[in-house]
Design a protein around this ligand. Structure first.
Ligand code: 5GP
Length: 202
């Protein structure tokens, strides 16, 4: 059986990637979204097991020691990581998986699984990102400034990605992300079997 594809999506906090992703996931029922673990507290409206698994730092460190994290990092003072088992199981079952993680973790994934496809979503500009974070109002001003400074570092790392797109208009971004997912599945490397099957009946 052909293994599933692993897609890694990164974008600075407040870039609107959550909205793009939820629309793309709605339209592509065969994509599995990997829910991360974090030590940060849930925001209003977030749900355990849907947005994140909210665990303590002690639990997180135990998972790391047990080799249960595919990747992990510390971001703005909290741990974030991808539970490994579910991702590997889905890929083995031929199901495509999406990770929504920051850039340090994405680099770890690429190192461990070179076939992973890395997609970076840019904000239209840094001032626009600040405006969106202020509008969202889920973080205090000092945390927003910390996230902006992280965002600049993250944008610098986007040179290492396979695809880059800008989230300016939501409808366009949804189409762009779907186009990337589709194109990634249609490469020669993925479809040698299909060519072989056609040739067999020539
Ligand atoms: P937030 O606190 O805004 O939900 O997420 C902060 C940052 O952590 C975002 O850039 C998000 O992509 C990233 N993140 C979420 N889950 C993971 C994860 O499992 N691993 C890594 N490395 N980053 C993550």
């Amino acid at each position: 059986m052909t293994k599933g594809k692993l897609f890694v999506i990164s974008a600075p906090s407040g870039c609107g990637k959550g909205t793009i992703l939820s629309e793309v996931l709605k339209n592509n029922k065969n994509l599995f979204f990997s829910v991360s673990a974090t030590t940060r507290s849930p925001r209003d409206g977030e749900t355990e097991g849907v947005n994140y698994y909210y665990i303590t730092e002690e639990e997180f460190k135990r998972e790391i020691d047990n080799g249960g994290m595919l990747e992990y990092t510390q971001y703005c003072g909290h741990y974030y990581g991808t539970p490994k088992k579910k991702v590997i199981d889905k890929l083995e079952q031929g199901i495509d998986v999406i990770l929504e993680i920051e850039t340090i973790g994405a680099m770890q994934v690429k190192k461990a699984m070179n076939e992973a496809i890395l997609i970076f979503i840019l904000p239209p500009s840094v001032p626009e990102l600040r405006r969106r974070l202020n509008k969202r109002g889920t973080e205090k001003p000092d945390v927003i400034e910390k996230r902006i400074s992280e965002a600049v570092d993250e944008i610098k790392r986007s040179y290492n990605y396979d695809y880059v797109m800008m989230n300016d208009e939501l409808e366009v971004s949804i189409k762009d992300l779907e186009a990337i997912l589709t194109a990634s599945k249609l490469t020669i490397d993925n479809n040698k079997n299909m060519i072989g099957e056609v040739l067999e009946n020539a």
